[in-house]
Design a protein around this ligand. Structure first.
Ligand code: CO
Length: 500
């Protein structure tokens, strides 16, 4: 078997996981030529929360970052993480906006698109995959890994087969919680390799201390690529460190070769950057968190949780709320816990404990039950669905959520023009997702947090709540408000009492 290859994540997931996504382009650029020289099979540099962070905190145009990194590292494919129909936000966008985003991104130099959907509903990936392929770029279809009675190896493999049929150039296994054990990693990769003809990439997090061992097992099973980072933006809640992975593979027939001197140079550079970002780093992210293995939920979710419970005066209810998570997941069709579903499930679990089970249902959870995020992996509990339908006066949908949306791009361009912003695809697609931030960026009135904020690292949050996630529900009788924290951003959600 040929050597395994490494993608490097330090410029995206590495700092998103360990420093609240605050690494600036300026802090990245000196490392880019070294990363490029190392010959990684890909550099993950864009997407996920980085677009939001560029606009909200760093006063940077994310497309300019991409162009600068392409120039500084021209020889290595650059990878972005795309949330399917949600682009890099939390709700569905119309097809024309998704297409324009992918085209603008491809034109700015993006090579590889990692495309996922929080529900693993492949209909939510179709437009993005098709557009990436139209642009002659690489579409990597992602399978979100989670555990539940409906998430069997057979189910994951059939999703992989479907993604290959949809034209994906490779398949990623996305273990956002770091709960993939070596044995399952081995079996899953082995099975995917036997059924699929395209390369398989494994992406995990070392949050629970399993990451490097899962990679090793996957390499034994024939995985083509694994994703590593550079210390100190590695290990803990991030990807396993490159040097550590190389050491683990010492003497292995599939060990790749990456120049140790250059890796050391990178380490020294990133140690400095890590110090500069000390306001956003936290020892809690750097260590192995066995809570994840006990509770089977993503690490980031638990730290959010502790904050949210404290805000609600429920700090003593932590264990009870965590035990409620599987109850909520099961009722909502065993949805994976990944942005934004992890936050929605967490909030609903908290409400079940606070108000009594299903006495109040938050609007995003209603929307999941109603199919507005897509098809859940398992059946929605019929009693909960009936309650939600009664409460909202609407019926569950079975079609692809974006089929209900009108085209939006021309309207966003018109709005840009009205505000005196360039009505280009690039600006319009950013404006569609982050209107205030884009206007502030272009008009040179950066948001207050564009400078490093004085927020404590562990709870680096913006001062002002951003817009409530768009929802299609119309009910007006909100009784109370709760705050939903997504990727560190606070969202107010209204909560209604059920008549039943
Ligand atoms: Co990740």
């Amino acid at each position: 078997m040929k050597p395994v290859t490494f993608n490097n994540t330090v410029l995206r997931d590495g700092h998103q996981s360990l420093a609240a996504t605050r690494m600036s382009t300026e802090q990245m650029l000196p490392a880019a030529p070294i990363l490029d020289d190392l010959g990684f099979s890909g550099l993950e540099t864009w997407g996920g929360a980085t677009i939001d962070s560029c606009l909200r905190y760093l006063n940077e145009n994310p497309f300019d970052r991409l162009r600068a990194l392409k120039k500084a590292a021209p020889n290595t494919p650059q990878i972005m993480l795309l949330r399917g129909q949600n682009i890099v936000q939390y709700t569905s966008f119309p097809d024309d906006v998704v297409e324009a985003f992918v085209r603008a991104n491809a034109a700015a130099g993006q090579d590889v698109f990692r495309i996922f959907d929080a529900l693993n509903d492949t209909r939510n990936l179709a437009t993005a995959i098709k557009t990436v392929l139209d642009c002659k770029k690489h579409a990597r279809g992602e399978i979100c890994y989670t555990t539940s009675p409906v998430h069997t190896i057979t189910a994951f493999v059939s999703m992989g087969i479907e993604l290959e049929k949809m034209g994906c150039n490779s398949i990623g296994i996305k273990d956002m919680s770091g709960i993939l054990t070596p044995k399952i990693a081995y079996d899953l990769v082995k099975e995917l390799k036997s059924k699929l003809g395209i390369p398989i990439v494994l992406h995990t997090h070392d949050t629970a201390g399993l990451g490097a061992a899962a990679y090793l097992a996957a390499i034994d099973a024939g995985v083509d690529t694994v994703e590593t980072s550079i210390t100190p933006f590695a290990n803990g809640t991030g990807q396993p460190d490159t040097v550590r992975m190389l050491a683990l593979l010492e003497g292995h027939s599939r060990r790749p070769d990456y120049d140790p001197a250059k890796l050391q140079e990178l380490r020294l550079h990133f140690e400095e950057v890590y110090k500069q970002l000390s306001k956003f780093t936290s020892p809690a992210n750097e260590r192995v968190d066995s809570d994840i293995l006990v509770f089977q939920v993503p690490g980031g979710m638990l730290s959010n949780f502790r904050n949210q419970l404290a805000e609600q005066g429920m700090a003593d209810k932590f264990d009870e709320v965590v035990r409620e998570i599987p109850v909520v997941r099961e009722a909502l069709g065993w949805i994976p816990l990944v942005t934004p579903t992890s936050q929605i499930v967490g909030t609903q679990a908290m409400m079940n404990i606070k108000f009594g089970r299903w006495k109040m249902i938050c609007q995003p959870a209603q929307d999941i039950a109603l199919g507005k995020y897509g098809k859940a992996p398992g059946p929605i509990n019929p009693e909960i669905l009936a309650l939600v339908e009664k409460q909202t006066g609407t019926k569950a949908i079975t079609q692809r959520p974006a089929d209900l949306l009108q085209p939006g791009l021309e309207n966003h361009k018109k709005q840009c023009a009205e505000k005196g912003l360039p009505a280009t695809n690039e600006i319009a697609v950013l404006f569609a997702m982050f209107p205030q931030q884009v206007e502030a960026l272009i008009k040179g009135t950066p948001p207050a947090e564009a400078k490093p904020a004085a927020t404590p690292a562990a709870e680096a949050k913006p001062a002002a709540p951003v817009a409530t996630p768009a929802s299609t529900s119309n009910s007006a009788s909100a009784l109370t408000h709760m705050v939903l924290t997504i990727d560190g951003h606070r969202h107010e959600v209204s909560v209604e009492k059920l008549s039943a």
